[in-house]
Design a protein around this ligand. Sequence first.
Ligand code: SF4
Length: 342
Amino acid sequence: MIKPFVPQLVYIEPGAMEYPLGVQLKEKFEKMGIEIRQTTSHNQVRNIPGKNDLQKYRNAKSTLVVGVRKTLKFDTSKPSAEYAIPFATGCMGHCHYCYLQTTMGSKPYIRTYVNVEEILGQAEQYMQERAPQITRFEAACTSDIVGIDHLTHSLKRAIEYFGESELGQLRFVTKFHHVDHLLDAKHNGRTRFRFSINADYVIKNFEPGTSPLDYRIEAANKVAKAGYPLGFIVAPIYIHEGWQEGYRQLFEKLDASIPEESRDDITFEMIQHRFTKPAKRVIEKNYPKTKLEMNEEERRYKWGRYGIGKYVYVKDEEQELRETLEYYIDQYFPNAKIEYFT
Ligand code: SF4
């Protein structure tokens, strides 16, 4: 996706109109000529057009619901942060392995919450509870927040809020390059801006509806120049023909683009490809033509929480992936911090 996301259909919950952002968004979408429907709650968003489940799924992913976040209890978000901060749920991307397919189930549309100040107020309470320790908030647990923020600017508001706080830090990850409006945010170094990156082959085959690799890298360059602490999540690390070369090229491209002055404060997180049985079923339903390899027999079963185990690469492959990727990071970004490989 090269152009910034524009919804095809917008639902507005009446409660949203009690907040300035709700009113602004309604006006904005009216001006853009987008069809707007009123609804009493997001559970009523049932009439998403489409002849069959697949079409409805696709249409839902370009539907935006403007609503109010009622539950202000934040989920935890280990290991990368203490809490998940909920500004939006859902995503317009079509990554075949996206975990939202299982977590959002029958509601794949995108919701944005207009009670941003209440959400930030709740974050403040969590920070006070943990004082004097720092509390980290992850803003991309349930959506790709950067991908819709050009419409709402809630993330920008949060970046500036945490920029002024003494006890809070913000972080998020994105597969989109629409970052220009965030470059002048007063972040004060308290937001870590991460990009999800992968070998070109993986992005081209399994991440439709997101930004191409070169665009993400160019965006990372801009973000670094704007002084944000930078991070990369290489995920999912996926074995394919020529993967060693594919990942090497990825690091070469990063090396050519990331400015020297930001290299002492870069983090890398690495996640190998995995799937669960329920996820495999949903992926095959939503993306019936996918080339994604999900053969249980070629994988190692790892027990998981709630009794749902996941299939990861066998030990030898896992070891090889880890060593290869760590070697590239070491070679190209010797001062970066590797946070984990999982
Ligand atoms: Fe899911 Fe992220 Fe892809 Fe969106 S960009 S579909 S949240 S994996």
